[in-house]
Design a protein around this ligand. Structure first.
Ligand code: GCW
Length: 681
């Protein structure tokens, strides 16, 4: 059967290596789960399905151990597990962690997957299945794992009419029209995929919110999804439109300090909890890109967030308040504005409010330095928001493996408390001792039959979940496991695909925005090159605002002689990026405006380096095609053709980017192409 990608990384193809399969079959015969619960039933089904697919055998499930026993559960509800005395390890695992170890069950060798909760057991089960899918040995197992970040959330930018803002994989999964009575089986497949990578929250609606979602008929629909997701450990969140009290409540104001407004929200939120008793809370975009917010009433972001936080607190709900704010009405560099607005509010947010900060200070560009708010608000729990949907990375047409992008941000050092104050430590709460921790990824999922549009875009959903669980995992290790689970365990398949994936993010940077360039894409739709975009209603939606090219040079001066955005970072970070002698090439034009003839570290001129980057990027897109061709006949034929066709488009468009940008910038530099480069058309 051809694989259309619907089964994601959970395809459970038969293991062809006979010696591996033989060992697994001997080890996996009996499944023992002593308690019945919806979550443990999911774990059981998953294991049965995995064993049937991977080994072609049937697990005997029951409450009595036998040969080759796999024992699942919590010590509280499983006497067999309680008898193993795993307390010391389990104590460290919290509500979601798990352990997997070889053991002896009633005197016979077996494997135990134990946790403190059923959801922990489910996570352990998926981890165990991953070991099988990637053909790891089942001897001397000692896996102990707990998530570093508590709330690992997907943000769907899905509208109620099923269009998806910046969505490139079809329409929204949520069929509001047929809910609550028709429950698309796809909802459980979605939940299952999320649980398999540890995602435990989903914001169902677009941050550019529609207040309708908060009305009774919609809440009933949301409740159905919440009920369905609950056994998978997934909480539902919604976006709240700040002006909802006016729009659906009939009030004259949405002023967060107005008693009627507070009362309206209190009733509304209490109502939500009658439908969804474990409702997660709200993600809110306010006073950003035309969305209403507290500033409409001369109140601060903290006033706005606290309105919700206070009412959500007794229900244990949280509010995730986005810091993506910028205005064209102020003269300040857009990269500085979020910090300017939020930094003074540090310490003013209630304890169940988080500030949700995009990875970089502009907007999900192919490359940005980390956002200066990380490390700058020690008294506020900060979340990082990544964008899985490839708004600025070639939509679902270009192959870009994003783990290196996520890691670049997470591993960046803010120096807020000296060396080692990594963004990941801000986000996981360890740097400033926050208990409430969260991470958001803007989903790349739609109703496309392969979920994400590009078969490789699935990898970004996958690694987002895996890194949200453990940000110390490496891009390489994650690519390796995803390839094995999705395509094949053959070294001849893994090697070329892995090399291609790991290089892909750098390649897209080269052909789109090398050397620190940013925001030079097509206007509004954001696809393809558009460095010439100018004269729009907002300067900060043009390209010329960002690259500042003229006959003398190119780049945005964010040092003290320019916008001084660098002053928002710790001294050590300034020292890394401000002196030209230190600034790495990758951020050069992000922080500096330089003459075309500027001499690079390599000895070549800036102009030559720019041209070389664009040409290398486009050539590398062709190299990606060759890498993929090397696996023909070794992976599913349908998937092979699909990716092959997309890579051909990607190459064409890399050339388009290269030609457009080189010719455009040449109209300023007036310099010839470096020797050896073929003239663009
Ligand atoms: O990336 C930009 C997008 C908008 C989006 C906004 C945001 C949801 O172009 O479409 O709106 O960011 O993050 O709020």
């Amino acid at each position: 059967v051809a694989d259309d990608g619907y089964r994601l990384w959970l395809s459970y193809r038969l293991i062809e290596d006979a010696s591996v399969a033989k060992k697994y079959k001997a080890t996996l015969q009996t499944l023992v789960i002593e308690k019945d619960s919806p979550t443990l039933t999911l774990a059981q089904k998953e294991l049965e399905q995995a064993v049937a697919g991977l080994l072609g055998t049937k697990l005997i499930a029951g409450k009595t151990p036998g040969p080759g026993t796999l024992l699942l559960g919590t010590p509280k509800h499983s006497p067999l597990i309680a008898a193993l005395h795993l307390e010391t390890t389990l104590e460290t695992l919290g509500d979601e962690g798990f352990l997997i170890t070889n053991t002896s069950v009633k005197g016979k060798p077996g494997i135990v997957i134990a946790a403190n909760t059923d959801v922990g057991v489910l996570y352990g089960t998926f981890h165990f299945i991953r070991l099988l899918q990637t053909q790891q040995s089942l001897q001397s197992l000692s896996v102990v794992s707990a998530p570093k970040i508590k709330r690992r959330i997907l943000n769907h930018w899905d509208n109620l009419d099923r269009t998806v803002e910046r969505g490139y994989a079809g329409f929204s999964l949520w069929d509001w029209h047929k809910l609550p009575d028709y429950i698309d089986p796809r909802y459980s497949d979605y939940a299952r995929a999320n649980a398999s990578v540890g995602i435990n929250g989903t914001v169902l609606t677009n941050v550019n919110a529609n207040a309708q979602i908060l009305t009774e008929p919609y809440l009933k629909k949301v409740a159905v999804l919440a009920n369905l997701f609950r056994p998978y450990g997934i909480k539902v969140y919604l976006t709240a439109r700040f002006s909802a009290p006016v729009e659906i409540g009939g009030l004259r104001t949405a002023d967060p300090l107005d008693p009627d407004v507070k009362n309206w929200w209190k009733k509304k939120i209490d109502e939500i909890y009658t439908y969804i008793p474990d409702f997660g809370g709200f993600c809110i975009k306010a006073n950003s890109e035309g969305q209403p917010g507290p500033q409409n009433y001369n109140r601060t972001h903290a006033d706005g967030a606290n309105l919700f936080a206070d009412i959500l607190a007794p229900h244990e709900g949280i509010v995730m308040w986005r810091a993506f704010v910028y205005s064209n009405e102020v003269a300040e560099d857009r990269a500085k504005q979020a910090y300017t607005e939020f930094k003074p509010l540090d310490g003013k947010f209630k304890s169940n409010a988080l500030v949700q900060v995009k990875n970089g200070p502009i907007d999900f560009q192919p490359r940005e330095p980390f956002h200066p708010l990380f490390g700058a608000m020690p008294n506020t729990p900060l979340m990082v928001e990544f964008q899985l949907t490839q708004e600025y990375l070639g939509f679902a047409t270009h192959l870009v493996y994003m783990a290196p992008l996520f890691k670049e941000c997470l591993d960046a050092d803010t120096y807020a408390k000296g060396k080692g104050s990594l963004v990941s430590k801000v986000v996981d709460g360890s740097l400033d001792h926050h208990n409430l921790t969260a991470i958001a990824g803007v989903a790349n999922i739609g109703n496309d039959r392969n979920w994400c549009g590009h078969p490789f875009a699935q990898a970004n959903w996958y690694v987002y979940g895996r890194l949200a669980w453990d940000h110390e995992l490496s891009s390489e290790a994650l690519a390796d496991e995803w390839i094995r689970m999705t395509f094949s365990n053959q070294p001849a398949v893994i090697a070329p695909i892995k090399t291609m994936m790991l290089a892909s993010r750098e390649i897209v940077v080269q052909y789109m925005t090398p050397l620190g360039l940013h925001h030079i894409m097509g206007y509004s739709h954001h696809y393809g090159p558009g460095p010439w975009i100018k004269d729009k209603p907002r300067a900060d939606w043009t390209s010329v605002y960002y690259h500042q090219a003229d006959s003398l040079g190119v780049g945005f001066d964010r040092t003290a002689s320019g916008s001084d955005a660098l002053s928002q970072y710790a001294k050590e970070v300034q020292d890394l990026y401000s002196p030209l002698a230190h600034c790495p090439d990758k951020y050069l034009l992000w922080f500096h405006h330089l003459p075309w003839s500027y001499k690079m570290r390599s000895g070549e001129s800036l102009w030559d380096a720019l041209c070389h980057a664009y040409y290398n990027g486009a050539d590398s897109a062709a190299w990606m095609q060759r890498q993929w061709n090397a696996v023909e006949h070794q992976v599913d034929e349908e998937q092979f053709q699909h990716v092959k066709n997309l890579l051909a488009i990607q190459h064409q468009e890399a050339v388009w980017w290269r030609n457009a940008c080189v010719l455009y910038f040449q109209s300023f530099s007036k310099m010839p192409l470096p020797v050896g480069l073929e003239k663009p058309e």
